[in-house]
Design a protein around this ligand. Structure first.
Ligand code: IMP
Length: 200
């Protein structure tokens, strides 16, 4: 039997950030009743895997098995070609406990200068996993390719958005209208794949 998520299913979002709920609900076209792992008092697992897909699966599996409900988790980040894919799964951690992305972007710039490479290509990845309690799981990945620019430009978005210019465009993610970014982002591509896989 194909794995599908029926409309109205109660779905745990494996996040402790309640601010993410409206965004997740909208990305899933408002089809599900979303409750967060934080609201259910579930502990956050350590992200011990070495890939985006591995960490998304680990978080979804953990939340599903503990809650007894299907669970959705994501893992995302920026990968830089000349840095062998760094910061990758460590994208959030490069910003430190105070989530200082100005510092994280500076670190990317400095590491790039150290390589003496003039390759500024990079990509964002978003892995999304849905796991059923003590059951199967589905995982998908979305990617957007682009080029890094220094200094960063724009005050919109978050994280590494100011230094990333998506392929075929002139503006950084930090300068674009949110709707323009949302139409082409790694996250939008991953959600499109997830919907194709799981919606009736
Ligand atoms: P996660 O919450 O462990 O998945 O960490 C994702 C990190 O990757 C975030 O903290 C951001 O720094 C970075 N990241 C992921 N997606 C984006 C994006 O769309 N724009 C900018 N930074 C992003």
């Amino acid at each position: 039997m194909a794995l599908k998520l029926a409309m109205g299913t109660k779905l745990v979002a494996a996040t402790h950030n309640p601010g993410k709920v409206p965004e997740i609900a909208a990305l899933l076209d408002g089809r599900f009743e979303i409750v967060t792992a934080g609201q259910l008092g579930l502990p956050e697992p350590e992200e011990t895997e070495s890939t985006f897909v591995g960490n998304a699966l680990l978080k979804a599996r953990h939340a599903a098995d503990l809650s007894g409900l299907p669970a959705l988790a994501d893992d995302s980040g920026l990968s830089v070609t000349a840095l062998d894919g760094a910061p990758g799964i460590f994208s959030a951690r490069w910003a430190g406990p105070t989530k200082d992305f100005a510092m994280a972007m500076k670190k990317v710039e400095e590491r790039l200068e150290e390589t003496a490479s003039d390759d500024r290509s990079a990509w964002f990845t978003s892995a999304l996993a849905v796991a059923w309690p003590n059951g199967p799981a589905v995982v998908v990945e979305g990617r957007v390719d682009g080029t890094l620019v220094f200094p960063g430009r724009g005050t919109r978005g978050f994280g590494y958005d100011p230094i990333f210019v998506p392929e075929g465009h002139a503006l950084t993610f930090g300068e674009m209208e949110p709707a323009a970014k949302d139409a082409m982002s790694h996250r939008a591509r991953a959600f499109a794949k997830l919907k194709a896989a799981l919606f009736d």
